[in-house]
Design a protein around this ligand. Sequence first.
Ligand SMILES: C[S@@+](CC[C@H](N)C(=O)[O-])C[C@H]1O[C@@H](n2cnc3c(N)ncnc32)[C@H](O)[C@@H]1O
Length: 263
Amino acid sequence: MTSTTEIAGQYTDSRKLAARARLHNYTVAPVGWFKWVAQGIGFAPSERVLDIGCGPAWFWAAIADTVPKSLELTLADQSAGMVAEAVERARPLGFAAVTGIEADASALPFADASFDVVVAMHMLYHVPDPAKAIAEFHRVLKPGGRLAATTNGRENMRELYALGTTFGGSPVEPVADAFGFEIAERLLRDRFGNVAFDEHPAHMRITEPEDIFLALTSYPPGENASPAQLDAFRAAIDDAFAKAGGTLEVRKQSGLFLSRKVG
Ligand SMILES: C[S@@+](CC[C@H](N)C(=O)[O-])C[C@H]1O[C@@H](n2cnc3c(N)ncnc32)[C@H](O)[C@@H]1O
């Protein structure tokens, strides 16, 4: 998933993202992902928050009851469909303000020092030049403001990606080459001079083979696999479930990076 056209096709609306998100129903964790991220950020009352690459605003729906309702949210995404869905979902949640805007992370349409918090969850691996986007996040933050960026590590769902090699998929987390843990740490430290990292304690116990099939065929190369490759993929999934006795244990590796704008 690298070209701009492919990314746009993925995120016209939330349907393909939802096919992948089905897998997250199998996550076993003391605190669910979105609530864990919100705890790590620690929103204070009345903060102005930019959520860039907000997607369908599932984050805000999941945490609305656990963060101050006085937050003022700007939900931004380069996909017009996502912005529309995000605003529709977030407006009834009771926040002090919810504004939606179509925007590219690499050229944000906001004045310097506009926000207390910038949230960039699982999106920087899509941006052609993540350092440029991080510079934009730094620019629009007020002095003392925080950037919260999330991404996946190379080991994320390794057991699943191994099955996707049947259609030529990467054997490890494909987003890690663009913005994995090591790259995130380096780029954030380069721009902000500080970065703190925490990894979400979680793993998966998958019981429904079809959910793996739907998730990994929701984006290239699985999305464009030939009938023969899809047959091989199904056989590999069935084989893995048979060997695992019907429940597949899968590693998860997702993390939160927090940086503060000094000065
Ligand atoms: C994997 S989704 C993450 C959605 C949401 N942040 C979450 O964690 O649930 C990635 C989102 O980033 C958006 N996106 C990709 N490249 C972008 C860019 N250059 N500027 C703004 N949004 C972008 C996509 O349209 C998509 O909605």
